[in-house]
Design a protein around this ligand. Structure first.
Ligand code: TXE
Length: 517
């Protein structure tokens, strides 16, 4: 749905929700006034100590209840995704329901282990009668800002671990998917205590208000442009933030690839979600030996894709304009449309489009298109092709297609990206145990896996000292015995050091030091 903010006759602001399959308005959603965003964060803050205080076992029971509520609401989720994002049913069920059930299950199964404190075990000679632990504690209130392309899965990837870890969350869904956001929030309100998940509806104004409303961490998924703004605001406030800002993913097809699988997999990864996926294949490099056969097969397969049943519309007219502009610029500069290329509707539907004859400096090869466009490029020199793969500002995922798994892995590991897959693409974004994110303009944030907890928790060190003596070895006074002890320890540790004299010096310094104290 395109969400357009407009004034209601009563003076309040609403999001007018348009079905991207028809362009017709189907609903309105009230916007949170900017001056009320702080109150939402305050409610989340007030709820946080009690939520944390419930303890992990009780929080798990409530998050399991949220999972059950979500599963019970699955048909509503799927039909709303169709109306709001134009999402085909099969795609909505797999990417937004089944994958999210797995996500709940994994975090619920792993969280006890993941939050278990690390013991601090100390050498009893140097540190007598002391011990402790490093425990993970919630950051407090997480400010969550999400996009429209996976409007259920992306928020849940943060919400589930954040809540289990004891945080409360103030969440702003995209203005282009506010009804899905409202549904998910309604489910949270049914099963969780008040304030544990607060909803803020609106666009960039509300997003900015949320970032600056005193949250303890920000988790953001969206564009590079907005991500930079969010990071700057967080930087000024020293609020930690996690950014996932998309990609310009490449698939590299080697001459020995399983042709049928590569074609099926790359067509799916390029045109699934109508290409509106941060990990969509947006560039495809193919060994020249296979190139013509590959292009023919991709074109034949793409022609069989059914509008709205396999490939949905773009989310907004603006998104459609970006896609049309990228294709038009490529064609103006000599690219060949092998299939698709038009935007005949219904709604904001753009045909899945295969391009050849493209150059690296064309928009369609250089910038995130976020639409159903697949440029295919032949290569003779694999090393040069891999350099071109790495030659974008993004670094999300890359796939290598080859029957030689070891070679595929080795090539992938040489690239600067967060996810490498051999003979598959993008699907690991749905795996809760697999870290998701990447370097460079992709933003460096991590969602999924235990590493996601880095953004959602703070490690706290707790040490208890039962020594009961008036002095420690390293306290005042600094004297000759302390230096002798230290020098002896260094000699002992040095390769080729004076080990026997070192041991003697360390021991005599140690004894003298304890006598001093
Ligand atoms: O993103 P925005 P848009 C890319 C994709 C797409 C482009 C634009 O290339 O064409 O971004 O999409 C909120 N402070 N991706 O305009 O603006 C906004 O309300 C705080 C890739 O939708 O980044 C929404 O909730 N928040 C991407 C969220 O940020 C602000 C997924 C994302 O919106 C804000 C989506 C501000 N100043 C788009 N301004 C991916 N990584 O997968 C806006 N927002």
């Amino acid at each position: 749905m395109a969400g357009v903010l407009q004034q209601d006759p009563d003076g309040s602001t609403v999001i007018a929700c348009l079905d991207p399959r028809s362009g017709q308005q189907v609903a309105t959603v009230p916007v949170t006034p900017v001056d009320q965003v702080g109150a939402a964060v305050a409610r989340a803050r007030a709820a946080q100590p009690d939520w944390h205080g419930l303890g992990l076992a009780r929080r798990k029971v409530l998050v399991e209840a949220l999972r059950q509520a979500f599963l019970a609401a699955a048909p509503r989720v799927v039909s709303l995704l169709a109306e709001e994002c134009g999402r085909p049913g099969g795609e909505a069920w797999t990417s937004e329901v089944v994958a999210n059930n797995d996500l709940f299950a994994w975090w619920l199964g792993q969280i006890d282990d993941l939050l278990t404190a690390d013991p601090i075990s100390l050498n009893p000679v140097n540190y007598p009668r002391k011990g402790g632990r490093v425990q993970l504690e919630p950051v407090g209130v997480v400010g969550l800002i999400t996009p429209w392309n996976l409007p259920v899965a992306i928020p849940l990837r943060c919400l589930v671990p954040a809540l289990l870890a004891g945080n409360t969350v103030a969440w702003k869904p995209s203005e282009h998917s506010p009804r899905t956001g409202a549904l998910l929030h309604e489910l949270c309100r049914q099963v969780l205590p008040p304030g544990v998940v607060e909803l803020v509806q609106g666009d960039g104004a509300q997003g900015q208000a949320l970032v600056t409303a005193g949250v303890d961490a920000v988790v953001f998924t969206g564009s590079v442009r907005t991500g930079r703004r969010v990071a700057a605001l967080c930087g000024e406030r020293l609020v930690p933030c996690s950014l996932e800002l998309g990609g310009k993913d490449a698939a590299v097809v080697l001459a020995d690839a399983d042709l049928e699988r590569a074609v099926e997999g790359i067509v799916w990864a390029a045109f699934g979600l109508a290409g509106q996926n941060c990990a969509a294949v947006e560039r495809c490099f193919v060994d020249a030996a296979l190139y013509e056969r590959f292009v023919d097969a991709v074109v034949a397969r793409t022609r069989k894709l059914r509008p709205l049943l396999d490939v949905g519309p773009l989310i907004t007219p603006a998104q459609l304009e970006i896609v049309k502009a990228h294709v038009a610029e490529a064609v103006d500069r000599g690219a060949v449309v092998r299939c698709g290329g038009g935007a005949p509707g219904p709604g904001w539907y753009h045909e899945p489009t295969v391009l050849t004859g493209v150059q690296d400096d064309m928009l369609v090869m250089a910038e995130e298109t976020f639409g159903p466009v697949l440029p295919i490029v032949p290569f003779d020199d694999l090393e040069q092709a891999l350099a071109r793969v790495d030659g974008t500002p993004y670094g999300l995922t890359t796939s290598i297609w080859t029957r030689d798994l070891a070679l595929g892995e080795a090539l992938g590991l040489g690239l600067r990206c967060g996810v490498v897959t051999v003979n598959n693409h993008a699907f690991t974004g749905a795996l809760p145990m697999a870290a998701w994110g990447g370097p460079k303009d992709t933003g460096g944030g991590v969602t999924s896996s235990r590493f996601a907890l880095y953004h959602l928790t703070r490690p706290r060190t707790v040490v208890l000292d039962a020594l009961g003596q008036p002095h420690e070895m390293w306290w005042f006074p600094y004297n000759e015995a302390l230096e002798r002890l230290s020098g002896g320890l260094v000699e002992l540790a040095r390769r080729g050091g004076a080990r026997l004299p070192g041991a003697r010096a360390a021991l005599s310094g140690f004894i003298a030091r304890w006598k001093d104290s």
